[in-house]
Design a protein around this ligand. Sequence first.
Ligand SMILES: *[C@@H]1O[C@H](CO)[C@@H](O)[C@H](O)[C@H]1NC(C)=O
Ligand SMILES: *[C@@H]1O[C@H](CO)[C@@H](O)[C@H](O)[C@H]1NC(C)=O
Ligand SMILES: *[C@@H]1O[C@H](CO)[C@@H](O)[C@H](O)[C@H]1NC(C)=O
Ligand SMILES: *[C@@H]1O[C@H](CO)[C@@H](O)[C@H](O)[C@H]1NC(C)=O
Ligand SMILES: *[C@@H]1O[C@H](CO)[C@@H](O)[C@H](O)[C@H]1NC(C)=O
Ligand SMILES: [Cu+2]
Length: 406
Amino acid sequence: MYFSRTFVVAATALASFGRVLAVPLESAAVEVRQDGEVALPDIDPSMNPVDALQELQSAVEEAMSHENCKRGPKKCTLATARVRKDWAVLTKRERKDYIKAAQCLRSLPSKGPEEWSAAQTRYDDFVALHVNLTMSVHGSGLFLTWHRAFVWSYETALRDECGYKGTQPYWNWFADAEDLTKSPVFDGSDTSLGGDGEFVQHNGSLGGARHIYLPSGAGGGCIKSGPFKNASASIGPFNPAMDGLGPVVLDLSDYNPRCIQRDLNSYAMGKWYTTANLLNVTIGAASRTHRAFWSEVQGRYPDQFLGLHTTGHYSINGDNTDLYSSPNDPAFFLHHAMFDRLYWMHQILHPAEAREVAGTLTLQDRPPSRNATVDDVLDMGTLGESHPIKDMFDTLGGDPLCYIYL
Ligand SMILES: *[C@@H]1O[C@H](CO)[C@@H](O)[C@H](O)[C@H]1NC(C)=O
Ligand SMILES: *[C@@H]1O[C@H](CO)[C@@H](O)[C@H](O)[C@H]1NC(C)=O
Ligand SMILES: *[C@@H]1O[C@H](CO)[C@@H](O)[C@H](O)[C@H]1NC(C)=O
Ligand SMILES: *[C@@H]1O[C@H](CO)[C@@H](O)[C@H](O)[C@H]1NC(C)=O
Ligand SMILES: *[C@@H]1O[C@H](CO)[C@@H](O)[C@H](O)[C@H]1NC(C)=O
Ligand SMILES: [Cu+2]
């Protein structure tokens, strides 16, 4: 069986990895077999999802530490990698630095193409590119790696264009499954990404390509508290699924200044951010192949299953229900970092599947297109360098990626 050297870790880096992790690497209940395949951890499905995720994280760290020492030119090591962390464990200072950098990007001028004239700010350039590529980077073979590149470009822009010294944090969905309004990401405090929207009476959302009805929460309007209170957007919405959100625009020359809306939705959180769904895509039936993972994380809408990716968008709701312009909400990047962490975990636990691609070049193959290949280039426009899919498989590859999750 083909075994990639993707996740091979230099022995010298291991010592520093131990320090970075500050947890004993021997602790996890995971074995690595002689052939380099990782034996999957045994996790009790009745465990709560936060603990199950912690077990998976330990298994991932264990698997990384066991890889042998043949990594090529060491442009990136565990000692130099950006370490992406849970928003909940960041200090108040670290959270404020991140918020400041995101606000900075939202105040710098756009560098985008003239045809995308709705884009006013550098932040809008991220939204605009996502809009422009929506039909090719969702439900396609580019989905996982394009969004990985997108988050990397955003993290890099915060650092290079706004003097940010930290890394891209993630929103740990599973910790908030009971009450999203208490999440440190959404509690509306001055160290959050803003709270719920103002209450606006509406009739829920129709998610998952209009297959799945979600009742409304206590919001629906403009962000009512925190650093992104009444934060505005200029692009979209194009096809929002929350009742009452609109009017819609047709293209990227349509400048539509308005506030970003949210309706924090604990219904979606509680229903889909479960241990069963987490384990299925990491160690269960849906984890066996890359294709199964890719398919299951995107949901099975006709089966009333929103999937781990879409559930995050519909939990924030409001502008996040627009597949096109969802990056208008700054929480998009914390959601997608968590989603990328899930992909990273899958790759490390399933090294033989880590460099596979599933899907074509169009959303659900409509219109029909060829299969994506590892050489297809992920267009980053003016956001950063465009790389082929194959450069996005290894987060420690060094060209350009160099990060891990803790
Ligand atoms: C993407 O942008 C290009 C260049 O402006 C334009 O030709 C194309 O129609 C856009 N596609 C979509 C789906 O917005
Ligand atoms: C709200 O939407 C749901 C789902 O489409 C529908 O069944 C229900 O009748 C609607 N209620 C109102 C008051 O419009
Ligand atoms: C929200 O921002 C808009 C401009 O984008 C402004 O007209 C409005 O007064 C603001 N509302 C609040 C409550 O700050
Ligand atoms: C796991 O994923 C498979 C699809 O690969 C699906 O058929 C099955 O229902 C899922 N199981 C659970 C418990 O969600
Ligand atoms: C595209 O991928 C599918 C699924 O793996 C496969 O069945 C099909 O043969 C591939 N098509 C081509 C032209 O390689
Ligand atoms: Cu997207």
